[in-house]
Ligand binder design. Sequence first.
Ligand SMILES: Cc1cc2nc3c(=O)[nH]c(=O)nc-3n(C[C@H](O)[C@H](O)[C@H](O)COP(=O)(O)OP(=O)(O)OC[C@H]3O[C@@H](n4cnc5c(N)ncnc54)[C@H](O)[C@@H]3O)c2cc1C
Length: 374
Amino acid sequence: MAKYDVAIIGSGPGGYVAAIRAGELGLKTVVVEKDPFLGGTCLHIGCIPTKVLLHHAEVYDHFKNAAELGFEVSGLKINWANVLARKDKIVKKHAKGIEFLFKKNKVEWVQGWGRYEGPGRVSVEKDGKKTQIEASNILMVSGSEAKSLPGIEPDHKTILTNRSILELPEIPKTLIVVGAGAVGVEFASIYNSFGTQVTILEALPRVVPVEDEEISTELTKAFQKKGIQVFTSCAVESVKKDAKGVTVSFKDKDGKAQTLQAEKLLLAVGRKAMTDGCGLEKSKAKVERGFVHVGDNMETAEKGLYAIGDIVAGLPQLAHAAMMEGIIAVTRPRFWEIMEGSSKWFPTNSMARCWGFISSGRWQRRFSRRRRRC
Ligand SMILES: Cc1cc2nc3c(=O)[nH]c(=O)nc-3n(C[C@H](O)[C@H](O)[C@H](O)COP(=O)(O)OP(=O)(O)OC[C@H]3O[C@@H](n4cnc5c(N)ncnc54)[C@H](O)[C@@H]3O)c2cc1C
């Protein structure tokens, strides 16, 4: 049976950053990933593709206003297939970049479904075959997926999630976005720029409800100026598919029944933790509605089992948060001494190593090389 210092289930931003840092620290590390590529939600169907499309949308907005900027542009057309191809090219390039960093830092990775099997043990299942891994520390970083609403199941053709809306073969003429969190407003803005007539339906009294109120006010104004229709404090009652797309019935903020018709509907009503089938029931970890509770250093109630990223209860579901949580978890077992009281987070051993490094002269040589390059 293969033995490791660290086994990581999931290769999203939490998993790959933890793996690379563990490799840098000289820990024998393996990542288990169910998909045939590295990078997780953020790289393949989250942060990166949406930022690419937002950039395309912004450039297109500039072209539309070219005359105001002193340019004469004629025959302006979107080549949607090329836009999607560029997005895919950027995603693939970055996934290869993670593979390169894994090799550079001697991180191994295996494709398959990872499952916690008890203290120090992980199984990997692929094509019906199960293999076992032993590891002193196990990081569960299995991420999240789009939630749906009761009675409204995505079919990925008409009722979409963040995954399927990135693969639409054509720009829809009309789109209803249910949910005005970060994901909902990003796609609303992207498709509005590309000419789609967009309507947002949000249950809470304001868009981006976790941001400051001023941001919600300004964003609503900006959206209305761009022609995005925004309904807040409304309750979606039913979504019916028909030949033309979907018909949504909802009560608006005054309790008046309304219906809307659109070619496509995007469900952007939050993210659920992907912990089902990951074996957490075999541990003492406290799991609530799929989310895992952790203590200091991201360790769960089961010694040697850590939870990182979108599956952690009470922490933000953001890529950079996942990355930092991964770094905290892998640096803890090797270098960090937990101190009592105010100096609890003082990294005693790493400070000692750092001082040894500086005083050895290697640091001085590196520093002078850097200065010469400048
Ligand atoms: C549309 C959208 C836009 C976003 N934009 C931003 C943004 O701009 N900035 C930002 O900070 N955040 C953004 N986010 C959030 C960000 O994507 C997540 O917070 C981040 O991906 C979480 O990282 P993670 O490592 O916890 O999980 P994930 O990235 O979800 O990765 C989990 C990985 O685990 C794998 N996996 C799951 N179960 C198993 C198993 N049992 N065995 C093996 N592998 C498994 C999955 O295949 C996946 O590769 C966005 C999210 C979405 C949906």
